[in-house]
Design a protein around this ligand. Structure first.
Ligand SMILES: [Mg+2]
Length: 442
């Protein structure tokens, strides 16, 4: 195989990765510190003096981390004893071994951006792990919950839409079902705008009904493979009706809050319309990129919905809880998702996860970080085919559903990137454009 394109780094002053590391990341650490401060009384009530000491320790570790980042210090081995500690430390050692004489050091602004960004969130986790007994405190939980609460109007509209379309699902023809499927796909796509790691501490509430804006946003979908997804699932449904075969769809989740609701609404629709018979969700096992989903976020969301006054919300809460109980929906959180590896390394690094994903009929990868990992965070040419840029990662048919927030993109038509850049020079980092990009497999 030809040499792979280089990975992005934050080396070049003024580049997007540079600005993210310099301007966006330190305030995220500060917000984490603030969250610990805010919960200080709670720690004391729960653990007494020990809780207060732990809070102080976590804060001092986070302040030290912020300083290391701001002064571009070399990355350090981890000192906690979490399940993946050895893997991270081995990764760092391997990076050292790869250094040429000319390369300076493994540091925040010199090394692979994907690696250092993941390492930052792992270090935030380390600060908590080392601060027992408050180790399982999620410093980002408040902002995730706030995003949900501020998006209540849009969530209610969406749950109402779901229940209306489920009511008629048996009697409507295929075209109407396809239309509803495509609408929900686009909702999932634009729901991905709510990313608290991009706009730290400032959640983007969804206040109006998200369904009304879809038509106007269509020109902003740069790659739109919705038809391929529909045909794939429709064929599976026809076969399944003959031989009762399983149709498994996997969601590799991104953000909690509004975006998670859009994913669950789609999952519910797929089950109700027999386009899928089981859904597997994959979340993160530690707090990650501020707003990423972990199991506590899923449980909290379902509790909130069940307790809501609106019957549209409470019905969804009850049905979704039931799906999870009956294993029609299954939630997983493999540690691979919070390691720094590109996805083509999955067969070697996490063969169990890869083998599990091979059982899927369709894998939906949500969000920008998943896309970066699919493409190895490499500077592929914009017109390199998506299949090629996946670099051998083909566990099953897959689709990336993502608003474009970083300069990693493949599979555009010739001239398309230039044309978009003409009217919108910041198109790759604005989050205003989206893709629904499908790859059928090997
Ligand atoms: Mg995210």
């Amino acid at each position: 195989m030809d040499e792979l394109p280089p990975q992005l780094t934050a080396q070049e002053e003024g580049s997007h990765p540079y600005l993210v590391m310099k301007d966006q990341k330190p305030p995220i650490i500060t917000k984490a510190i603030d969250a610990l401060h805010r919960h200080k009384d709670e720690f004391f009530k729960k653990y007494g003096e020990e809780g207060t000491e732990a809070e102080k320790k976590a804060i001092s570790l986070l302040s030290k981390l912020r300083n290391e980042l701001q002064t571009d210090k070399p990355l350090l081995p981890l000192h906690d004893d979490w399940v993946d500690t050895d893997i991270w430390n081995q990764y760092l050692e391997d990076q050292h071994n790869l250094l040429n004489e000319n390369d300076k050091k493994i540091s925040w602004f010199q090394s692979s951006w994907l690696y250092v960004e993941c390492y930052l969130y792992r270090r935030i986790h380390e600060a908590l792990v080392l601060s027992s007994p408050i180790s399982d405190f999620d410093v980002f939980k408040d902002s995730k919950d706030q995003n949900f609460l501020e998006s209540r109007g849009a969530i209610e509209a969406l749950c109402f839409y779901l229940q209306e379309s489920k009511r008629t699902i048996e009697v409507v023809d295929e075209n109407i079902q396809k239309d509803e499927f495509c609408k929900l796909l686009q909702i999932m796509l634009w729901g991905n705008k709510c990313d608290l790691a991009v706009v730290p501490g400032q959640s983007i509430p969804q206040t109006s009904s998200p369904l009304t804006i879809l038509e106007g946003l269509k020109p902003f979908i740069l790659v739109n493979n919705m038809d391929a997804l529909w045909s794939l699932l429709l064929n599976k449904r026809k076969k399944s009706q003959e031989n009762f075969s399983v149709i498994r769809v996997d969601f590799i989740l991104d953000n909690a809050g509004f975006e998670l609701v859009t994913d669950l609404v789609m999952a519910d629709f797929l089950i109700a319309s027999n386009l899928a018979t089981e859904i597997h969700f994959h979340g993160k096992c530690i707090p990650w990129f501020v707003s990423d989903t972990n199991i506590k976020d899923v449980n909290w969301l379902i509790t909130q919905l069940k307790a809501a006054e609106s019957t549209y919300l409470s019905t969804c809460g009850l049905i979704w809880e039931d799906y999870l109980k009956k294993k029609t929906w299954v939630y997983h959180d493999h540690m691979f998702w919070t390691l720094p590896f590109e996805y083509c390394a999955m067969p070697h690094v996490a063969p169990d996860l890869y083998a599990d994903l091979q059982k899927s009929n369709l894998i939906l990868f949500k969000g920008d970080l998943n896309y970066r990992k699919l493409l190895g965070d490499r500077k592929w040419g914009l017109t390199i085919p998506f299949h090629e840029a996946l670099n051998g990662f083909h566990p099953a048919p897959l689709c990336s559903i993502r608003t474009v927030k970083t300069q990693v993109q493949a599979g555009l038509a010739p001239g398309q990137g230039e044309q978009v850049a003409d009217s919108n020079p910041e198109w790759m980092t604005s989050g205003n454009y989206g893709i629904l990009q499908f790859d059928g497999g090997p």
